[in-house]
Design a protein around this ligand. Structure first.
Ligand SMILES: [Fe+2]
Length: 387
């Protein structure tokens, strides 16, 4: 995603003989995106990645969206959620559209041993609010720290092992590729000096673990709105080496370097990732606008063509009232939003903010699920009333 990376053993050239100590050939697999024109990786398996002993239909998992509802500002309290399932089965779809899905999890337990997951129809941006552990993948292990985003390219076989439960996670599924904003990279793909992060902040898999084990392992594959259980006669992490540009990568929200200004800077300064039809922004602790007469929190604005979703990692968001840690607000296109009454004057004495939040802005309206209504605060729209 960010740069070329390689782990393990590789032959000197692609598509030449590369043999195991037994004399058998390793099996080469090209993992390519956008046909053969997008980022790709090449990997070498001990076994044939095409060999399976069986498969089973686990049924439909497509989110069921409600019909379009009356236009209003929304507030959802994830603190009302009960711990449920593992990093996959615990995901509850709250909203989505044809470009992305927002799934919320309060993970209760680890996935059973010898079981893995592959999302074959979406790249995933996982955000671990407080989880700590490791994302084990066929490309190697990626350490998980609280506040990490981990971008998992579609097709990656992986599982998540956390040190403690319950643990809060957001999974944003992106039906197009995910990258960093192009304006932060030069024509060679390198991060430029004005970017709010550098290559050093992105953590690729650091350790490749290769398992030469002939025992049944299961991979749940998400595709076509269903889960299919694939049974492999070997451990799916049987790769001895890989190289390329496709692999899971971690980026901590705490490593985002906020851009600040004399007067209020617009939300694009917070952009962290972009996908087809949406952006993801990180609102991080920073000094506030330093013009002597600056208004230090956002002005009212009409997002005429985008829905704005904010997940609050703490309750210190200067322009918002009535939110709590774990709140999600949705300010839809079509009606203005802005600071609640009193918030502007209250912000004046402050020189810094401790806010920490993840924002998803979509260019097409989001549809809600019935599950989201179970944690909704229906009175949020009244929070702008002045009397
Ligand atoms: Fe906004």
């Amino acid at each position: 995603m960010i740069r070329y990376h390689a782990l393990g053993q590789l032959p000197p050239k692609k598509h030449i003989q590369f043999r195991q100590p037994s004399g058998e050939l390793y099996t080469e697999q090209l993992f390519s995106t956008h046909g053969f024109s997008g980022p790709m990786s090449t990997m070498y398996h001990i076994n044939q990645p095409t060999e399976v002993t069986g498969w089973e239909d686990l049924g439909k998992v497509k989110p069921e969206y409600l019909d379009d509802e009356a236009l209003r500002h929304r507030h959802f309290k994830t603190a009302r959620m009960q711990p449920r399932g593992n990093f996959l089965s615990g995901r509850i779809p709250l909203m989505g559209n044809g470009d992305c899905t927002w799934l919320q999890a309060l993970i209760a337990e680890p996935m059973k041993p010898k079981c893995f997951y592959k999302n074959a129809e979406a790249d995933e941006i996982l955000f671990f609010h407080d989880g700590e552990g490791v994302l084990e993948s066929m490309y190697g292990d990626v350490e998980i720290r609280p506040g990490d985003y981990i971008v998992v390219p579609r097709g990656t076989i992986y599982r998540v092992e956390l040190k403690s439960y319950p643990s809060r996670m957001i999974a944003i599924e992106s039906f197009g590729p995910v990258s960093t904003p192009k304006r932060y990279r030069n024509q060679y793909g390198q991060m430029m000096e004005h970017a709010p992060f550098t290559e050093r902040d992105f953590r690729p898999p650091h350790e490749l673990k290769t398992y030469d084990v002939r025992e049944e392992h299961e991979v749940i594959v998400a595709s076509r709105g269903r889960h299919t259980l694939y049974k492999y006669p070997f451990h799916p992490f049987d790769i001895v080496g890989w190289d390329g540009y496709v692999y899971p990568v971690a980026f901590s929200i705490h490593d985002f370097q906020p851009i600040t200004g004399q007067i209020h800077m617009p939300p694009p300064i917070h952009q962290t990732f972009i996908g087809n039809g949406f952006v993801i922004c990180s609102f991080c602790p920073r000094i506030l606008d330093f013009h002597p007469e600056a208004i230090k929190i956002p002005y009212n604005h009409s997002n005429v063509d985008s829905d704005e979703v904010l997940y609050y990692c703490n309750d210190k968001f200067g322009s918002r009232k009535g939110i709590e840690e774990g709140s999600i607000t949705l300010h839809p296109l079509g009606i203005p939003h802005g600071p609640q009454p009193g918030a502007v004057e209250a912000s004046m004495p402050h020189t810094e903010t401790k806010e920490l939040a993840v924002m998803l802005d979509t260019y097409r309206p989001l549809k809600m699920t019935a599950q989201s209504l179970e944690i909704e605060d229906p009175d949020y729209w009244k929070s702008w009333q002045t009397r």
